[in-house]
Design a protein around this ligand. Structure first.
Ligand code: GTP
Length: 392
């Protein structure tokens, strides 16, 4: 078996290489906050391992506190990953955990056995919490969660074994230095080397996955309102129309346009206009069901595709959207502001002959009529009357 000092050096080199890899990855993937904490965690652990390799000069309780602190930084990174961004209170939480666990290591500094027991317990606990965090995320790539769980699971089992040996095995209970318990410690270091490599690889994979999600979101969502953008809407709507056609169900399409929006922009500023657009998107989201397709069609125009339903229920929905919207008020610099919406819709059982663009076109005609009729009203598309020539 390799001696402890050699394994420590290999672990330190592995950790430094992984830290450099993670640093580059965090630089390239700035949107993924978690990877910064994972890289920082590795950095903290490097400091701890270096301190541990200087164990004849530096007290072991200090290096133990630093290494376990690295685990807490990793856990913070995993939480950020689950919550998809920054979480407040990082430095405060880190100071508190360092104070508590560093204090405990200091109190136990004369007992090698109980220091190891505490250290192992912390690693087992943080490993399990890291697993829980990713499972709470419910990401679609289950294989990634399983690999992550297996990695942390093996890590926690190794440290659970260490905890049990120091707790119950007389040989380890009697050990009073790292070198005296070489066999169990060597296994820990060997596993630590593999763990750090796999962990940093997984961090990069998770960051890439997160970035892919972000790109997908950017490609399909309107950044201001977070509703579907026009391209994504058209793709989903064509799919939905094909399903509705097969199931022979009615489909309705509503086109909504905020009234005199230019006036809102001109009077209260573009920022206030943006707030109104966001509020209208929220208002619409509260009125629709999960299967309905809601999109910001452009500027101050929104479209809603509703599979199922009949003309009466669609008319009631459109009226509800209109009347509830006009009661909403916004506080802007110049005082209170409210807005109204005009809605044109078409409800059709004959989806086969009416493709998406024909539905949009007809809803647009109905919307035009709503605007002509004085705005803030709902109009349903009606076929043009067939004009018969007057006999001469
Ligand atoms: N604040 C803001 N304004 C936008 C955005 N997109 C388009 N607009 C503005 O929306 C306004 C639309 O004006 P018009 O097409 O004249 O329509 P309107 O003033 O709502 O009049 P009607 O539709 O006839 O009631 C224009 O001034 C655009 O600059 C946006 O993302 N944010």
């Amino acid at each position: 078996m390799l001696d402890i000092t050699t394994l420590m050096v290999v672990l330190a080199l592995t950790t430094i290489t992984s830290a450099l890899g993670l640093l580059v990855a965090s630089f390239l993937n700035r949107q993924v906050v978690a990877i910064r904490y994972w890289a920082l965690g590795i950095g903290v652990i490097i400091v701890g391992v270096v301190l541990q390799s200087m164990r004849h000069q530096v007290p072991l309780w200090l290096s133990a506190a630093v290494i376990t602190q690295g685990y807490f930084v990793w856990l913070w990174g995993t939480r950020c990953y689950r919550l998809n961004g920054h979480i407040n209170g990082f430095w405060l939480t880190m100071c508190l955990t360092l104070l508590v666990q560093g204090g405990l290591f200091f109190v136990l500094r004369d007992s090698w056995r109980y220091s190891v027991v505490l250290y192992s317990l912390i690693v087992v606990l943080v490993s399990l919490l890291n697993i829980v965090e990713l499972w709470r995320m419910r990401i679609p790539q289950r294989a990634l969660i399983w690999v992550w769980s297996s990695l942390w699971g093996v890590h926690s089992v190794i440290y659970l074994r260490r905890f049990l040996l120091y707790q119950f095995d007389p040989v380890y209970m009697a050990a009073d230095t790292l070198d005296a318990a070489e066999s169990v410690e060597a296994l820990n270091y060997l596993e630590g080397i593999v763990f750090v490599y796999c962990f940093s690889l997984l961090c990069v994979i998770l960051a890439t996955r997160s970035l892919q999600d972000e790109l997908k979101l950017q490609a399909t969502r309107d950044p201001l309102t977070n509703l579907l953008n026009r391209r994504a809407f058209e793709e989903s709507a064509l799919r939905q129309l094909a399903i509705s056609q097969r199931e022979r169900e009615e489909v309705a399409l509503l086109l909504m346009d905020l009234d005199k929006f230019k006036c809102i922009n001109d009077t209260h500023g573009h920022g206030a206009g943006d707030e109104v657009l966001k509020a209208f998107a929220r208002h619409l989201s509260q009125q629709v069901r999960a299967q309905d397709l809601l999109c910001r069609f452009g500027g101050e125009e929104f479209v809603l595709l509703i599979p199922g339903g009949n003309s009466q229920s669609i008319d009631a929905l459109a009226e509800r959207i209109r009347t509830l919207w006009q009661t909403q008020t916004f506080t802007v610099a110049q005082g209170e502001l409210s807005a109204t919406v005009s809605i044109g819709y078409i409800s059709s059982a004959d989806v086969e002959r009416q493709g998406l663009y024909s539905l949009i076109d007809r809803a647009d005609k109905a919307l035009y009529r709503a605007k002509q009729d004085g705005r803030n009203c709902v109009r349903c598309w009606q076929p043009e009357p067939i004009l018969t020539p007057v006999p001469s």
